[in-house]
Design a binder for this molecule. Structure first.
Ligand SMILES: [Zn+2]
Length: 127
């Protein structure tokens, strides 16, 4: 059962804003070591598609890579990653913990790592 407290997700410049309900609160916060996430460096939490609403999204842009085609959204003004549609379950999104208003990612410890290298075999796994 998802947490029914709405949370605001904002990029740094404020051009984009989402309203979400976290699927499992901050309990499932994790990092991923795939070739993209290791560069992006953001911790994320799960939000179901029905629990995610884009309030302002004119400055959102999309990045995709590899055959599985997850949708990675970020702000084209300030560059912040806000959320992504997972390729493993396309009704599920990951939301950047650092963009959740009122949450300091430094307060979440330890943070487990997801094995993204194995999930995206052969996709630009240069280090
Ligand atoms: Zn922005």
């Amino acid at each position: 059962m998802s947490d029914r407290t709405p949370m605001r997700v904002t990029c740094h410049c404020g051009a984009n804003e989402l309203r979400v309900f976290l699927a499992a609160g901050l309990e499932d916060a994790r990092r991923c070591d795939c070739s993209f996430c290791r560069r992006r460096g953001a911790m994320n939490v799960s939000v179901r598609e029905t629990d995610l609403q884009v309030i302002k999204g004119d400055a959102l842009t999309l990045y995709q890579f590899g055959p599985r085609g997850a949708e990675h959204y970020f702000c084209k003004v300030c560059g912040c990653y806000t959320h992504h549609r997972r390729s493993s379950d396309n009704t599920d999104f990951g939301v950047n913990v650092g963009c959740l208003e009122g949450v300091n990612p430094a307060d979440i410890d330890p943070v487990p790592w997801l094995d993204g290298v194995s999930y995206n075999p052969g996709v630009k796994e240069k280090t």
